[in-house]
Ligand binder design. Structure first.
Ligand code: SF4
Length: 376
């Protein structure tokens, strides 16, 4: 297939669903409990809700919407740090648009902007570097967040700033890494997962080898998946086929984009600029060892955490917020007590309602009252 419409073909989707139903019917465990498959990536969550895929699947399959939306897992304390930097006189704070509405304990970046902070929306770290060139009398701070997908562009921007000798540019680094997170999920006693849809964009950078431990040590299948409806359905079928055959392997459904070995120049830039943090806090999931990166000491001059005094406080989510339970798949978005009432995309209480890749925002936009099963 060559064109995007072909990956959205209804007849092919129906035929894949029939294949899925046929495989599920032969899996013994599906007679006693649901087969739990986690899509790790927020892009998959968005597609699943947008195309109503969950409702087309047999009842025996439970999709768990994982923690792969970086905006959704940003803890409140880090948002408070952003606001503190943005409110520092002389600072231009550059951020991606969807991060502006994430609630902090006092306010979001959008509210800080409304109150006078110089917060600007950018589309890439290079836009922030351009702001630094254009405004030499200001400190320009880029709010860097995301998994391995966006890590290389931040790293390359820092290398560019260093090469040009730009002294008024720094990065507030909140990049996170996927593999320790999947390991923490697999070690969680709350969850019984039978397989994974692996993140297509992250895998474009890191390749498939880092997931091998999932098959080897945890005996769970993972299929790196694309983002169109047929990609996702085919990947679910591939996971189920492995379960049926008693296999646990790493397979690549998204081979048209994801090279098995990843992107070597991107990985080189990442390892040159970052080092692992001992631990990093995730909203709803707590602290996960080695799940975040910071700038290496060689790039301290570009590290906003060293250049600014930050509150650096851990803040608990509001009591009514059940983001952690949604992230772990313990409840569905619409089962949260405040879904659609106190928490909506216009007035998000939790971060899963902010980004279009958040399970709550995606369900609010596309999900209807609740997902009806068996409606293919
Ligand atoms: S409805 Fe809001 S508070 Fe509840 S889980 Fe979703 S984002 Fe979090």
């Amino acid at each position: 297939m060559k064109y995007v419409d072909e990956f959205r073909d209804r007849d092919k989707a129906r035929s894949l669903i029939r294949e899925i139903e046929a495989v599920v019917a032969t899996i013994e465990v599906a007679r006693h409990r649901p087969i739990n498959i986690m899509e790790v990536c927020g892009g998959h969550t968005h597609s699943i809700f947008r195309y109503g895929l969950e409702g087309m699947l047999p009842r025996q399959i439970e999709l768990i919407h994982g923690p792969g939306c970086p905006v959704c897992v940003l803890p409140m304390g880090r948002v408070d740090d952003c606001v503190a930097i943005a409110e520092t006189p002389g600072v231009i704070f550059a951020t991606f648009g969807d991060a502006m509405r994430v609630p902090g304990s006092r306010k979001s970046l959008l509210q800080a902007k409304a109150e006078g902070a110089d917060v600007r929306m950018v589309y890439s770290p290079l836009d922030a570097l351009a702001l630094a060139r254009q405004n030499p009398e200001h400190e320009v701070v880029f709010f860097a967040l995301g998994f391995e997908t966006t890590m290389p562009s931040t790293a390359l921007t820092i290398l560019e700033a260093e090469a040009e000798g730009i002294a008024n540019f720094s990065v507030f680094c909140n990049h996170i890494t996927i593999v320790p997170t999947i390991k923490a999920i697999l070690d969680s006693p709350d969850l019984q997962l039978d397989g994974f849809l692996g993140p297509g964009h992250v895998s474009m950078v890191i390749g498939n080898a880092p997931y091998e431990f999932i098959a080897r040590h945890y005996r769970r299948p993972l299929v790196v998946a694309g983002f169109e409806p047929l990609d996702i359905l085919q990947s679910i079928w591939m996971v189920l086929k492995q379960i049926k055959e008693g296999r646990a392997q790493i397979e690549n459904q998204y081979a048209r984009i994801v090279p098995d070995g990843g992107n070597a120049p991107a990985l080189h830039a990442v390892s040159r600029v970052y080092e692992l943090r001992e631990f990093f806090e995730w909203r709803g999931l707590g602290s996960i060892d080695h799940s975040g990166v910071r700038l290496r000491p060689a790039y301290a001059a570009f590290d906003a955490e060293r250049r600014f005094a930050l509150p650096n406080v851990t803040i608990a989510d509001p009591k009514s917020c059940q983001c952690g339970e949604v992230l772990k798949g313990v409840i569905k978005p619409w089962q949260c007590k405040v879904f659609g009432t106190a928490c909506t995309p216009e007035t998000p209480l939790g971060a899963l309602m902010v980004s279009s890749e958040g399970a709550c925002a995606a369900h609010y936009q596309y999900g209807g009252e609740h997902v009806q099963r068996g409606a293919a």
